[in-house]
Design a protein around this ligand. Structure first.
Ligand code: RIB
Length: 347
């Protein structure tokens, strides 16, 4: 007997119900009795029936899926925010498709095209950088998009992010209050608003306390651990050594502390170190790290709520919504008073 693919018609015949009842049962589009539901699902099991999600999507005009695009799934910040977003979507009946752009604009663009072709109902987007082609492609798709974490001006997209300028200003002020005047900075990618806003907060805090900005105290990093190591090596060669180093995320700060310890330098006795994020496994592993806490669970929940509202209430006129959340300084033992003793630059 030729193996044929079971159809919804076969399910109806075996369950002894109408095709309409099978469709309402599978799609949850109308309440059916427990007895009918059981007969339908038992018939599907016997037949090995699999619903064609694309055909369903075309028929119902929705796929009940949300696309999530993040820049680096090896970073606990993005891994955790993706998990919170996926949980919130699942609780509201949406599956998630997670895409990792690896900080590559071309890969980001490819995944945007993939999500459009899969007809996701909405997209939650953390950009790898200010890639206008990505925004243009998303706008043309007319799929509801929420920009998260990294501010990026796009008139037709809602946004939720943290006040990065304020977080960095408070972190730098904390170091200044400890007596530090030579404060090194290891940045993230300059194309990201999170790094550029934090950089501005650092620079303005120095200015407010009359500390001259010194270009030699800046290392251009990329939010990945190697930048923390290389940043320390460069800063600790300076003829006028920093007494504190501000890394613009915890991944780089943890690597920076390890590199300082390899140089037989003590944190904070010789050099204070401060990070940014305070999320996931890093906040457990780096329990001594002074850092800036980002409320990522709140950011993720708001982003999911925003995109689902846009999916379910397709308004004719779009009024952009923006929510800006507040960071908080978490003082631990990686920062201390400026050292009184001199140390030698690394060879
Ligand atoms: O750790 C990754 C960094 O990039 C975080 O600070 C987050 O804000 C993201 O933009």
């Amino acid at each position: 007997m030729q193996n044929t693919v079971p159809t919804i018609k076969d399910v109806a015949r075996i369950a002894n119900v109408s095709i309409t009842t099978v469709s309402h049962t599978i799609n949850g589009t109308r309440k059916v009795s427990e007895e009918l539901r059981t007969r339908v699902y038992e018939a599907m099991d016997v037949l090995g029936y699999q619903q064609n999600s694309l055909a369903r999507g075309l028929r119902l005009g929705e796929t009940r899926t949300i696309g999530i695009i993040i820049p680096d799934n090896s970073n606990p910040f993005f891994a955790d925010i993706a998990r919170y977003i996926e949980n919130a979507g699942f609780e509201n009946g949406y599956s998630a498709i997670l895409c990792n752009s690896d900080d590559l604009p071309e890969k980001e663009l490819t995944y945007i095209q993939v999500l459009i072709e899969k007809q996701v109902d909405g997209i939650i987007f953390i950009t790898a950088g200010k890639n206008s082609r990505s925004i243009e492609r998303l706008q043309k798709s007319r799929i509801p998009v929420v920009i998260v974490d990294r501010h990026f001006e796009a008139a037709s997209m809602d946004e939720v992010y943290v006040d990065n300028y304020r977080g960095a200003f408070e972190a730098t002020k904390h170091l200044i209050a400890l007596g530090h005047r030579r404060i090194g900075l290891v940045s993230g990618p300059s194309v990201t608003d999170t790094s550029s806003s934090r950089f501005a907060g650092y620079r303005d805090a120095l200015s407010q306390f009359g500390i001259p900005f010194d270009e030699t105290m800046i290392y251009a990093g990329n939010f990945r651990p190697e930048s923390g190591r290389q940043g320390v090596r460069q800063l600790m060669k300076s003829s006028n050594l920093p007494t504190a180093i501000f890394c613009l995320n915890d991944m780089m700060a943890v690597a920076a502390i390890n590199e300082l310890q390899k140089m037989d330098l003590q944190v904070p006795q010789d050099v204070s170190v401060i990070g940014y994020d305070d999320v996931g496994i890093l906040s457990e592993l780096a329990e001594n790290l002074t850092t800036v806490h980002q409320p990522i669970d709140q950011m993720a929940t708001i982003a999911s709520r925003m995109v689902i509202e846009r999916i379910q209430n397709k308004e004719t006129t779009f009024e952009k919504k923006v929510e800006i959340l507040q960071p908080s300084l978490i003082i631990r033992s990686s920062t201390g008073k400026r050292r009184r003793h001199e140390i030698n630059p690394v060879p």
